[in-house]
Design a protein around this ligand. Structure first.
Ligand SMILES: [Zn+2]
Length: 125
């Protein structure tokens, strides 16, 4: 009796493990689909950026060197040359603890971050 209970318990454990494995596989497939979708969107945005740059360059005469200088200047606005628009972590102006740029409100003191009012606020985080 105790032995069959042990086997049953072990079978249940395997079933749960199999279910967790299937769920994990499904999550992985969903993430792979999402990454693929994001790659397509990045490719499309890259094409749009390149087309816009060619139009701007042709109509203004601006060189690619000027574009690269501007990219570097924007990159350095947060004090770091890291290929990102802004650092991902800032300091809360109220409690001075680290705060992710993705959050509009401080997790520690609930200070509401002011809206900067840039057209890029929703995409630059
Ligand atoms: Zn705070």
């Amino acid at each position: 009796m105790a032995f069959s209970g042990l086997i049953k318990g072990r079978t249940d454990w395997r079933d749960k493990s199999e279910i967790q494995g299937e769920l994990g596989q499904r999550r992985t497939e969903n993430l792979a689909d999402r990454v693929s979708e994001l790659e397509e969107r990045v490719d499309h945005l890259s094409l749009l950026s390149m087309a816009l740059w060619q139009l701007v360059s042709e109509s203004t005469g601006w060189s690619e060197e000027e574009l690269i200088k501007r990219v570097s200047a924007l990159d350095l606005r947060d004090g770091k040359m890291d290929g990102r628009v802004l650092g991902s972590v800032i300091e809360c102006p109220e409690c001075h603890r680290p705060l992710s740029r993705r959050h509009r409100r401080c997790l520690y003191c609930e200070h509401e971050m002011s809206v900067e009012g840039s057209a890029f606020d929703e995409v630059v985080r």
